[in-house]
Design a protein around this ligand. Sequence first.
Ligand SMILES: *Cc1c(COP(=O)(O)O)cnc(C)c1O
Length: 370
Amino acid sequence: MQRSEPSFNSQLATLPVYVPGRPIEEVAREHGLDPATVIKVASNENPLGPSPQAMVAMQRMLGSVHLYPDGSAFHLKERLATRFGLVPGNILLGNGSNEVLEMIGHAFLGPGTEVVVSQHCFAVYPIVTALFGAKLVTVPAWPDFGADIEGMLAAITPATRVLFLANPNNPTGNLVSREDISRLLAGVPSHVLLVLDEAYVEFLDDPVDCLPLLRSEVMPNLMLVRTFSKVYGLAGLRLGYGMAVPRVISGLEKTRQPFNINSVAQAGALAALEDSAHLEKTRQNNRDGLAFFHTAFHGMDLSYVKSYANFVLVRVGDGAGVFAYLQKHGVIARPMGSYGLGEWLRISVGSPAENKRCLELLKQALAAVK
Ligand SMILES: *Cc1c(COP(=O)(O)O)cnc(C)c1O
């Protein structure tokens, strides 16, 4: 008997694919390189590694991994709430902030609904939108890659349910101005959930603080999303969180899997939050690294976007060619073809030695790849 495969939900046919940064092991195998010599500046990870205190706490937790984790992550929620002047009911934890974004899809999106984003937005927003059969409305960015906030507000219709905006943005690294954030907060209608993705906020010296709006509950349609993957150096653990008024959080909690945050991650995150020395070292390394790349690119007459995050977007011409050259020589950067920026490369800030090696190799690549 000839059978056909079961039929998939129709939206999967056109679902965009997330293209991750390539793992060190895989690249080393492919090019016959020693993995110890390969550096990865492709996924905006922390070049200083995890907090040493977090590592101790995680090791201690290993003896208990036969037990299910605390599904409500009591201590971690308490700690985050205290830190931000909120209550635990303001906090939603996700297996990476990507899972928080997906829970937003579960709770708010479906066929007939719309999502507003800016051109050059984080790749996960279009994926979540398509996954739930919603329609993506992409507003052209300004020539400097900045989001057109007035344009995004104008793109809102009665069918709009979510507006996603990352600040600083990935992959461009640019910052939405204080005035534009105010305009957005004032202009977004109450039927639209405004999701401000603050994955890189800890790298800012003077971030716009939206937490008072959650404390006072004057913005029941605001959600702030943050992560332990970037400044905290815990990307492999998969832990992120959203913050909103308790009624929004409890609605989203219905879509959460019971044990989505594992016990090692809970222990690691709790310890990482206390390690302010590691945090400060990371921020300083990043300031130095950004200055290094900005100055170098300026001197080389390369176009780049001034970055407020932990990576720099730079125009190299043949992005795929330069990426391949770097990779063959043991430096994994991130090509931007999947973001429609084929002439550009995104380079994460590494350690000073990694930055130097990456820049030297980039110079070679630019001479070799025409
Ligand atoms: C890296 C990043 C995240 C974090 O994703 P996790 O799932 O928490 O690792 C979220 N949003 C943006 C814009 C990012 O660049």
